[in-house]
Design a protein around this ligand. Sequence first.
Ligand SMILES: [Zn+2]
Ligand SMILES: [Zn+2]
Length: 389
Amino acid sequence: MDPLKTPWTRRRFIQNLSAAGAALALSGPASAWATGEKPRLKVRGYAAFDPSGKLRPWEFERRPVGDHDVLIEIRYASICHSDIHQLRGDWGPQRYPQVPGHEIAGVVTAVGKAVTRFKVGDRAGVGCMVDSCMTCERCTHGEEHHCERGETQWTYGYPSAAEPTRITQGGYSTHIVVRDHFAIHIPEHIALQDAAPLLCAGITTYSPLMRAQLDIGARVGVAGIGGLGHMAVKLAVARGAEVYAFTTSPSKVKDLLGFGVKEAVVVDDVAKLRPYRGKLDYMLSTIPAPFDVAAYAATLRPHGRFTQVGMPPAQELKISAIGLAAAQVEFNASLIGGIPETQEVVHYCADNGIKPQIELIRANQINEAWEKVLHKQARYRYVIDAATF
Ligand SMILES: [Zn+2]
Ligand SMILES: [Zn+2]
């Protein structure tokens, strides 16, 4: 760690605020934001500038803190495989420069005058979305990620007239401004670096696992053991499931046994799935690449459920209809989770001591970390120390 970097970053940020004529300190009273001219916020981060997805430092502006917004000083942001897919254009053309990151944990340093859920000094996180219509049936029932008006605003790369860069910019940065409803409280009994990965990897796996309403002792398969998969394993084990982990990496077997799985199966060939035919009650796949879905589905008992959460390139999977039919599988897919459930998973993990296995890195290691994620070398979530941006 470079001990000089943190003070420099914070000092620069305060200078920027002063330059904009804002008579306030980062930890100042909330009312300061309600008076006078609201400055845009100059912040530092790491952005991609083209589909090569190579990240480098970038100074950019965020919108002023509005009445319903909170300003979060980011302490940690973790790396999700989705960051790489999106910034490299795997899911469609992107606007650049774009700052990725949707697993964000930090401390509230300012609040808008209408904010009641947060105060300065609160620990807070941000996940995959930062706004929605907030009035439709789904938004008012904890399903903001499925806004009926299609107004769910994703944390980075999404058009936003309010942002000076005209798109939302994510968590690989020093600060973020977010509507208070979309900030998640992080209780004191979980470290911020352990909380960050829960905001995507945690909720994305927790939501379908809860919906499956598994009995104690249910046989649960988890396919793909990366950031999401290892959280799925930990959550399913904590819920009393008998967990079967399917990975292509022999080097992950020891870790998986340590996480409490019943069996860790190295699937270097789908033939390795045959001994499990008809055995499992539920399967959660986090595999973010094309794979033989039917071969995995065949491990389920008749009418067992299979949930896909991994998002491959083009967000498409090729599936053998006859394979699914023969397995009599109830196939579905799931997308993150709503704000109340995201709050729930953070509390659940804090209360039960469930932590992601993380490796802390500096900002200048992000490109290298992305390569390692792509080569299945992450163990299991890289968490960026935001003081190094
Ligand atoms: Zn993610
Ligand atoms: Zn809505």
